[in-house]
Every structure is written in structure tokens, then in C-alpha cells.
Design a protein. Structure first.
Length: 298
């Protein structure tokens, strides 16, 4: 590669690995600084798990990941501080649905920025993929889809509602601490009010995966130049973000997004002062970590 330069699992795709790795770390590790400082290693192994890097590719991938993290540390973390500070103000005042929609759009825009930043490196890797690595990628997608079915599509509608609710509660408890049984009943009702159709999400996953496979096979078969490869990947990323806005299923996706926002609003509205203080404290801890990470020489 050249030296030139994360509640719905149905929306994930391979080019988003860096952000997935980052936010998986943030959500699951009590020490954000420790997690972030080891994020480059996690991302490397994650990519290797998708395509089984060759010995010739490994050093270049590690180098490019290191450069991407350096860029991210120096240019993005201060902005994350501002995002968290804004979230603290919103939590104190009580956010509106429009506030949360703006927050969602901000995350979407920053995800897109990150992926476009990595385009030269993604293009280099895509051009070097071997046929058996594309087969490995296809098998990984199939394995991920089987896991999605097992977790999200098991049992009847009630079982799927319950599973989705439990996954949401894991995140809410991370932020707000424990909830009373009365609060849990209110949250469960708001969770179940969201549209549920995991078949649609699975089909969307498969559509994006197929587009990725078509793109990398085209790059390999036609031996595209780096500029041409970047154009293919740019379109792939753009289409992935625009798809839900221009899909024949737009009404479902819009309703799902509105339901998610309403669920978050419900949790905030019923949270006690102590629970909100818990969330404020967690955000303040992350603010301190982001400031320290941004100032670090690494």
C-alpha cells in the first residue's frame, strides 16, 4: 500500500472496519486510552480475519493503519471532545428529536470522512488482493450472515423483540447504570414499538456484501489503475451511505431510524438525576481521555 497518506448491525460493511473497531473498543473497555492505543493492532487482526493477508501485504497494512491512526488522533479526537460536550449539554437540558437526528447525521458524516481519507490505502490493498483472498472474504461474509441469522432471527417475533431489547439495554446500562423494573418496562415498550424485520436487514447486508465482492473482482479482473480503483471504491462507499435514502424500502428505514431516536429519547426522559449524572460522568471521562490521546506524541 502507498504511504501517501459503531444500534443496527444490519448496516455494517467491510470498509467500515476502522470505525467499527474504534467504537467497539470505546463501548466495551473501561480504559478508553488503553483501548485506543491498541486499536491499530485490533484493526490489523480484524482485516486479516476477513482476507488472510499475505506476508507481502502485512507490513504495508500495518504501516498504513499506523498512519491512519496518527491522522485520526491529531485531527479528529478534539472534535470528538466537542461532540461529547454538546451531548452533555443536551442531556442536561433534555434533547429534542431534532437534536438526536443531528447527532446521528454528524456521526454519519464523520464515518464517511474517515473512509474517504483511507481511500488511497484501501485502493492499494484492493489492487493487491489475490483470488483466494476474495474467496476468503466471501466466506467471511457468509459466516457473518449465519451469525446474524442465529442471533437476530432466532425464534418467533417475540423472541426477536426480546433479543433486540436486551442488546439495547446493554448500551443504555453502560451509559446510565442500572434501571428499575418499572423503567425497564417503559423501555421495553419503546423498543418493541420500533419496526422489526430482520429479513430486510439481512438482505441489505447481503446486497452491500455482493457489491463489495463485485467491486474487488472488477478491480482484479480489469487490473484497474490506482485512480480507477479509488473511483470504484468511492462510489461503493457513497452508495452505501446513500442507499437507505434512495431505497424502495426507504419508508421502513426511516421508521426504524425514527423508532431508534424515540427509544433514546424515552430513556433520557425517564432517567433519574443519578442515572443522568452517571452518563455525564462517563462522558467527562471520555473527554479527558480524548484530550490526553490528542496531546500524546504517538
Amino acid at each position: 500500500m502507498s504511504k501517501s497518506n459503531m444500534p443496527n448491525s444490519g448496516r455494517r460493511s467491510l470498509p467500515s472496519l476502522f470505525l467499527i473497531a474504534l467504537f467497539a473498543l470505546l463501548a466495551g473497555c473501561s480504559s478508553l486510552r488503553l483501548a485506543y492505543n491498541n486499536g491499530d493492532t485490533l484493526l490489523y487482526w480484524w482485516i486479516d480475519g476477513y482476507i488472510d493477508l499475505t506476508s507481502d501485504q502485512k507490513s504495508a497494512v500495518k504501516e498504513d493503519i499506523d498512519e491512519l491512526f496518527h491522522w485520526h488522533r491529531k485531527t479528529q479526537l478534539r472534535d470528538y471532545v466537542q461532540i461529547l460536550q454538546n451531548a452533555q449539554r443536551q442531556l442536561a437540558a433534555g434533547p429534542s428529536q431534532a437534536d438526536l437526528q443531528n447527532d446521528f447525521d454528524e456521526i454519519k458524516n464523520r464515518t464517511q470522512l474517515l473512509l474517504f481519507k483511507a481511500l488511497p490505502e484501501l485502493a492499494d490493498l484492493a489492487r493487491k488482493l489475490e483470488p483466494d483472498q476474495i474467496t476468503t472474504l466471501e466466506r467471511k461474509f457468509a459466516s457473518n450472515n449465519a451469525d446474524f441469522r442465529k442471533k437476530n432471527m432466532k425464534g418467533d417475533r417475540e423472541a426477536q423483540q426480546k433479543f433486540r431489547y436486551k442488546k439495547s439495554m446493554e448500551q443504555f446500562e453502560l451509559w446510565f447504570g442500572n434501571f428499575t423494573s418499572e423503567q425497564e418496562a417503559v423501555i421495553r415498550k419503546a423498543s418493541d414499538a420500533r419496526p422489526l424485520d430482520n429479513t430486510i436487514w439481512l438482505e441489505e447486508r447481503q446486497r452491500r456484501q455482493n457489491n463489495i465482492l463485485l467491486a474487488v473482482r472488477k478491480i482484479q479482473h480489469e487490473k484497474l489503475s490506482k485512480d480507477a480503483t479509488m473511483a470504484v471504491l468511492h462510489k461503493l462507499i457513497k452508495d452505501s451511505f446513500d442507499r437507505l435514502e434512495h431505497s424502495e424500502r426507504k419508508a421502513f428505514f426511516d421508521a426504524a431510524e425514527t423508532g431508534n431516536i424515540q427509544l433514546v429519547l424515552t430513556v433520557i426522559q425517564i432517567a433519574t438525576p443519578a442515572q443522568k449524572a452517571h452518563a455525564q460522568q462517563r462522558m467527562q471521562g471520555w473527554i479527558g481521555d480524548f484530550n490526553n490521546l490528542a496531546a500524546a506524541p504517538r
